[in-house]
Unconditional design. Structure first.
Length: 337
């Protein structure tokens, strides 16, 4: 019920929000609940922190909850970051350094892109026939998730058997602040795990937000692809490269890495069994045509041959993209050496 209240309603003087946060946290840790119910409780914790609590209440709540509480802590920080709490931003980044890579990846997705969490929960809801998502950015912090029976809510609105979901997204400026904090503390936070986490974060922010850091970021990103065997990280780096080379200024920074990027793309566009990664490698090959012909023409024969092999791929998207890539490279107009 608290989730659906207007932000102007003052409840902190009437309800012990710290105690409520503790009870919700202990309940979700100690009880098996359905995915959607779990999501409601998690976001309920987020709402309480966003509307009524501060970072000072964080330790007093989670200090008494035993068990796996990282996800709860993340949703609490989510609510605080939504109301522009710089210290919560710092706490989130430092929390990333303490989690294993799997949990850190999930943490990034919760903070930067929570909609998949909702989609997974909604799949288990049998009485929902239709779900519509509004993916608008920069929704105000008061528009936090709520979902109670058939009453209108702040983020999920049910009308009979239909749900309308507004995408709760942290404002772009606070995504940038998270990134800026990481980059400003790169020596202090230096670790292989953080090196792998940075490209995951970069995929959630516009290229212009990290453009000023490209000169220092690109060597590390290229090195990561060459040494990492995690497809999610490699996919993230290729997405970033694709965004960078789409802009003329970006291609200036990428000029010195053309040969390395081409070898990476050729490897993953041909050998990889991961459909998404293979598709992204082909997209990046398509983008590499934007460089001056003299820089890439030596790869022409290898690219066109690769595309011919991929014409037999069982995925239609791969076949169609391979046709586009082959045509683009043949249009370069010079034979490869």
């Amino acid at each position: 019920m608290i989730q659906g209240l207007d932000v102007s309603i003052e409840l902190k003087s009437r309800v012990d929000m710290v105690l409520l946060g503790k009870h919700l946290s202990m309940y979700i840790v100690n009880n098996e609940v359905l995915p959607l119910t779990r999501l409601e409780i998690l976001v309920g914790v987020s709402v309480i922190f966003n509307k009524y609590l501060s970072l000072g209440d964080f330790d007093s709540i989670f200090g008494v909850v035993d068990g796996d509480i990282e996800e709860l802590q993340l949703w609490a920080l989510y609510g605080l970051i939504m109301k522009c709490d710089e210290h919560a931003t710092e706490k989130f980044v430092r929390m990333l350094t303490t989690l294993n890579f799997r949990k850190a990846t999930k943490a990034v997705s919760i903070i930067f892109n929570p909609i998949p969490e909702m989609q997974d929960a909604l799949r288990e809801k049998k009485d929902v026939d239709e779900v519509s998502f509004n993916n608008g950015l920069d929704i105000g912090p008061q528009l936090l998730l709520a979902f109670k029976k058939e009453k209108p809510s702040l983020m999920m609105v049910r009308s009979k058997n239909k749900l309308a979901v507004s995408n709760l997204t942290i404002r772009a400026i606070w995504k940038q602040k998270i990134l800026e904090f990481i980059l400003s503390k790169k020596d202090e936070l230096s670790s292989t795990q953080m090196d792998y986490i940075v490209p995951l974060i970069l995929t959630f922010v516009p290229e212009e937000m990290y453009a000023s850091h490209l000169e220092s970021l690109l060597p590390k990103l290229i090195q990561i692809v060459q040494t990492c065997d995690d497809n999610r990280v490699i996919l993230s780096v290729l997405k970033i490269v694709c965004n960078v080379i789409a802009e003329e200024n970006g291609r200036v920074f990428m000029k010195g890495y053309v040969d390395t990027v081409m070898e990476i793309c050729l490897t993953y566009a041909l050998q990889n069994k991961d459909f998404t990664l293979k598709k992204q490698a082909l997209k990046t090959l398509l983008g590499m045509c934007l460089f001056k012909t003299s820089l890439v023409v030596s790869f022409k024969k290898r690219v066109t041959k690769l595309c011919e092999v991929n014409l037999d791929d069982h995925h239609r998207d791969i076949r169609m993209l391979s046709v586009s890539v082959r045509q683009a490279w043949e249009d370069l107009g010079l034979d490869g050496m």
